[in-house]
Design a protein around this ligand. Sequence first.
Ligand code: SF4
Length: 327
Amino acid sequence: MKHLMKIEGLNTVFHTEEGKVTAVDKVSFQVREGETVCIVGESGCGKSVTAMSIMGLVEAPGGQVNGGRIDFAGEDLLRLDKNTLRAIRGNEIAMIFQEPMSSLNPVMKIGEQIMEPLMVHMKLTKKQARIRAIELITQVGIARPEQIFGSYPHELSGGMLQRIMIAIAVSCNPKLLIADEPTTALDVTIQAQILDMLREFKESGGMSILLITHDLGVVAEMADYVIVMYSGQIVEEGGVVELFNHPKHPYTRGLLKSKPVVGQRLEELYSIPGQVPNPLTLEPSCYFHDRCEHCMPVCRSRQPLLKELGGGQKTACWLYEEAEVHV
Ligand code: SF4
């Protein structure tokens, strides 16, 4: 499969009063045409900042993408001027967020918000955009589309709003849809419906999806390829079957072990001990070392690099280096 987007050495920092935080640390990966790539990890691991960096939504003076390349359909997104990037955003690359209420305009009717990208990017007339908007509301499984068209966001439930966000996102037939925790705020039944819908749009429109989630159940259902992030870095990646069946990195293994199974009692639930380290105090080391039961002296003083382990799987862990580093 041909790659649609290739990210190389992406680095994103935030300048805070306490010091500089590297939220995304030399991250490289690609999304192929028609593929779903899931980025998984705990909160604060850099998943969402990676997505924001791709969308050009990290803004100075606080935040800054200060290194790397994002090759999308032959262009480096990091070197495009604002207008060109805006034309790509919402058209060729669309994004949906966890909280639809924060992305929708509360004083604008739903229909007008769906029509806007259709008129701006697809150059439809007002009449054509209205017809298409009603079709899209129907396509995302909402009854009474004419009535919803004239409603305001506060009149709709969370599940309906997320469907509307999907309608807006797919309205211009994007090549890439970035979905940042799109189902986290929804109950399980609605979550399954939203995931089904994303899959249907992907299959019918041939788009690729970059899905950000902390939920391994969602990953198992949706992903072709999985990227595991920890403290701003990729610590493991690979095809979904390989990664679930043969996780290599102790963090990935911990995440999989924490996944609840049906019938499990609350007291039997596993959680990885400790917490994600403070990004202001990171030293050159494996950032997971304080939480890792396999930690060796080398882990505290040298940073492991991502290494190919065969079968397309890569991991950054000293356990997979030659014996001489284990000193
Ligand atoms: Fe654990 Fe060391 Fe591997 Fe880090 S590098 S995950 S501390 S074994």
